[in-house]
Design a protein around this ligand. Structure first.
Ligand code: TA6
Length: 292
């Protein structure tokens, strides 16, 4: 299907009526809905759907770097490029489990650098993204990045995931207790999380390091819990711009910080280095349960 700007999108549906929508622009998941057709990801009412910028919301893919690095676009260029559908990608060895493709609806996308991309980031790669929607409505993203160059390269990575919440002041995140984090609001100084669950009453912009393989986001008012499971992604970004920052983000409403929280499975602290021919895999599985 195509959106109003003629951007191709793939719609994934499962037998119980859950769905997901993936744009070929950026390889960005723009929607993930449960079987009651409730939207689980946040998208700003002021989002700009016209390329090349990424849509404010859903799950932008941050590659080849998270954040700013020299002349590279913020969060890298992968989310600002057009991807293609790959009908027969090389088989996925390592994830033959419940979310493997034989039971799920899935799409395989591919990104390779253009000549212009190679001018700003001179490393040939093949980036294969598989987006799966399982029979249980779980949304899984599997990224495989292969170095097809003749010399090593390093990169950092994040699935910049905008969860839809009812009221940020009623949200808590569990699974990050006692972890160290880099605080983007204090020039990335390192702190240790003291509290038990993480709650929100002001801007938060942190990279939690070496987090466990599962993190839970409790939305008290909506009585639902997002669970994030990940492999190959040791770090977790937690971001809410709060009121002041929201006003300076053009494609973001002044009050919208109340309805979103970014909790990103990521690899940031220790960039990944690939030798020629090597492939890295990063996988995240999102599920949502009605919290007790
Ligand atoms: O930590 C998340 C973050 O780096 C924030 O500092 C903020 O910049 C956010 O990403 C959004 O970035 P974007 O380039 O998508 O506007």
């Amino acid at each position: 299907t195509k959106d109003k700007n003629g951007i191709s999108q793939a719609i994934l549906r499962n037998p119980r009526g859950a769905s997901a929508r993936v744009s070929l622009h950026g390889g960005q998941v723009l929607s993930w809905k449960n079987e009651r057709d409730e939207e689980l990801l946040f998208t700003s009412n002021k989002a700009n759907f016209k390329p090349p910028a990424a849509v404010r919301g859903g799950i932008p893919i941050c590659f080849p770097q998270f954040g700013n690095r020299g002349s590279l676009e913020q969060h890298g260029f992968a989310r600002n490029r057009t991807w293609i559908i790959e009908d027969n990608p090389p088989p996925l060895q390592s994830f033959a489990d419940s979310s493997s493709s034989d039971k799920a609806a899935f799409i395989d996308l591919l990104l390779k650098p253009s000549d212009d991309d190679l001018k700003i980031w001179p490393h040939s790669f093949e980036f294969r993204l598989r987006v799966l929607l399982s029979v249980d409505g779980y949304l899984t993203l599997i990224s495989r990045i292969r170095n097809v160059n003749c010399k090593p390269f390093s990169f950092s990575f994040a699935y910049h995931t905008y969860f839809s919440v009812s009221d940020i002041s009623e949200v808590r995140v569990e699974g990050l207790e006692t972890l160290d984090y880099l605080d983007n609001l204090c020039n990335r100084e390192r702190f240790t999380e003291q509290g038990d669950a993480l709650t929100f009453e002001s801007e938060v912009d942190r990279v939690y390091l070496s987090s466990s393989d599962a993190v839970a986001v409790f939305d008290h008012e909506k009585k639902r819990t997002f669970v994030i499971k990940k492999e190959g992604l040791p770090d977790i970004v937690v971001w809410n711009p709060w009121e002041k920052k929201s006003r300076v983000i053009t494609d973001f409403g002044d009050e919208e910080y109340k309805q979103m929280l970014c909790v990103d499975a990521a690899n940031i602290e220790k960039p990944i280095t690939l030798k020629p021919g090597e492939e890295w895999t990063g996988r995240v599985e999102l599920s949502v349960t009605a919290s007790i």
